[in-house]
Design a protein around this ligand. Sequence first.
Ligand SMILES: [Zn+2]
Length: 144
Amino acid sequence: MTPTTLDRGLALTVALRLDRSHEQCAAWIESADRVCGRDALRPWLCKRHETVAKRRLEKEVAQEKAQAEQARQRAEEQRPAREARLAQINARLDQIDPFRADGNADTAAMCAPLSQRLPSDTRIAELARLYRERDALMRTLRTH
Ligand SMILES: [Zn+2]
C-alpha cells in the first residue's frame, strides 16, 4: 500500500512523525511515552488509531467550518459600515480628483491648463490614501 496525502493527513493527527515504515502504527501514545507500533491496517495506523485519527480529523474540519462561518458573519455585519465608507470616499474623490472623468470635479478647473490643475502634494497624498483605502474596501466587499 502506497500512502496517499489523506493517509498522511490522517496519521499526522495522532502521530508526531511519519519517518518510520508505514507498515506499523505510528500513533504516539502519550501515557506510555512511545509509538503504538502495532501492525498497520492503513499506512501508519492500526484499527484503533485509525478510528481516533478519523474522529480528530472530523473535529478539525468541523472547527474550520465553524470558524469560516463566524468570519463570514462578521464580514456581513461590517458590510453596511464598509459600504458607507466606500460611498464617502467616492464622494470625496468626486470632489477632489481632477482626473476623475465620471466625477463632479470642478469643470472650470478641468479647463484650466494642466500646470494649474495639478493637485498640491497634500492633495496628492490624500488622493493616494483614499484610492488605497477604496481599493482595499472593494476587495473586502467582493470577497465576502
Ligand atoms: Zn495504533
